[in-house]
Design a protein around this ligand. Structure first.
Ligand SMILES: Nc1ncnc2c1ncn2[C@@H]1O[C@H](COP(=O)(O)OP(=O)(O)OP(=O)(O)O)[C@@H](O)[C@H]1O
Ligand SMILES: [Mg+2]
Length: 366
């Protein structure tokens, strides 16, 4: 009996996307089915190339064909992706703001120095490594980090339409206030000047088509942060904290700030979770306390995205312009950073699937 396309679809309708809770056929994820004798080929279009379930879904598809269609079938699966779009509704007059950007992620904290820039940079690079089109924007005008963390000192060019062309490194399009503003000058800028400069610099840049634009925010939950998050149609926010109480109190304020302006919190990251001395790989020292951010996430009912240990390589990579996730040899911190990026992409996919854009307006403004 020759294998038919209907049989293949039938079999794949038994494979459930664990995040979205529906089968791959209903979700329109199966494309390009080709059958040639015992050879069965098809494409699975996931909602993100950074899907942490990719291998599991591929295995389930393979098994479905083997068990439900023909155990002699030669199955060839192409795992591809089409990133879904999710953005908050834009305020009037902003219709074309960042129109080619599917998802905008803000990385925030209450307290300074907890690792926002480290998480933003590594998340952007890890998502790009997984195959997504990624941009990263550093909105911290008083203490920009991206020039150092990518070791870039040049100024971006302007195209013929007088739009800023982002620089590019490790597959990530980059813009930092630090590329444009003289640091000695920035110190005297007042809040409204900062937010209008950030807005201008976001809208007047040539980002092109992006799956994810990661926004590294300045520390705090004051006027500057509030204006920035309100001037951009954000998909969601990632809140970074260390496990210590002073940082957690501020992380709670950051979550409250996003909730107040109806920006979904995609999750909380615990940075500097513990330290393992290189010569004592089995030891974990909880320098800033243990598990505080995880507990906070549970209490606030937001996803916990993972914990990143304190590691010398994270710091030295940031200082030398080589984010730790590009290193060939992985480490507990780099693995954690990759997993956190994938979980963030996963939360975005879940959100985009469960909240249709039209209903989103209603829910957001309740
Ligand atoms: N997991 C880690 N292991 C080792 N060093 C880290 C880790 N996370 C961050 N650091 C270091 O801690 C310092 C502060 O991190 P980072 O600049 O990312 O924080 P931030 O929250 O962006 O700070 P700011 O509030 O000033 O913007 C940096 O020197 C960075 O390299
Ligand atoms: Mg920073």
């Amino acid at each position: 009996m020759p294998i038919t396309e209907a049989q293949v679809k039938d079999a794949l309708s038994n494979v459930i996307d664990p995040d979205l809770g529906q089968d791959l056929v209903t979700l329109n994820m199966i494309e390009d089915i080709r059958i040639d004798g015992k050879k069965v080929a098809f494409t699975v279009n996931l909602t993100t190339p950074a899907c942490p379930m990719k291998a599991e879904i591929e295995r389930a598809c393979h098994n479905a064909i083997k068990h439900l269609v023909d155990e002699e079938a030669e199955v060839a699966i192409k795992m591809d992706s089409k990133v879904t779009q999710g953005r908050a509704p834009q305020a009037e007059g902003q219709e074309n703001m960042l129109s080619g950007v599917k998802n905008i992620i803000a990385v925030a904290s209450g307290k300074g120095g907890v690792g926002k820039s480290t998480i933003s940079v590594n998340m952007a690079v890890a998502l790009a490594k997984d195959g997504a089109k990624v941009g990263l924007v550093d909105t911290d005008i008083y203490g920009p980090s991206i020039p150092t963390m990518f070791n870039i000192n040049e100024r971006p060019n302007i195209n013929t339409q007088r739009r800023i062309i982002p620089l590019e490194k490790y597959g990530v399009k980059l813009l930092s206030m630090g590329f444009l503003v003289d640091q000695d000058q920035a110190v005297v800028w007042r809040g409204p000047m900062v937010s209008s400069a950030v807005k201008q610099f976001l809208t007047e840049a040539e980002w092109g088509e992006l799956d994810y634009l990661v926004m590294d925010l300045p520390p705090g939950t004051g006027d500057i942060q509030l204006t920035i998050v309100q001037s951009v149609p954000l998909t969601g926010a990632v809140v970074v904290s260390t496990p210590q109480d002073v940082a957690l109190d501020d992380a709670r304020k950051a979550v409250a700030m996003f909730r107040k302006v109806n920006v979904p919190v995609l999750g909380i990251v615990e940075n500097m979770a513990y330290f393992t001395p290189p010569d004592m790989p089995d030891k974990k020292y909880y320098i800033f306390g243990q598990g505080g951010a995880r507990r906070l996430a549970e209490k606030l009912d937001v996803p916990f995205l993972g914990e990143v240990p304190l590691e010398e390589r994270v710091r030295s990579g940031s200082d030398s312009g080589a984010p730790v996730v590009i290193e060939k040899e992985s480490s507990p911190a780099s693995e954690a950073l990759v997993a956190i990026s994938q979980r963030t992409a996963q939360q975005i996919s879940i959100r985009n699937a469960s909240v249709p854009p039209t209903e989103k307006i209603e829910i957001l403004f309740k």
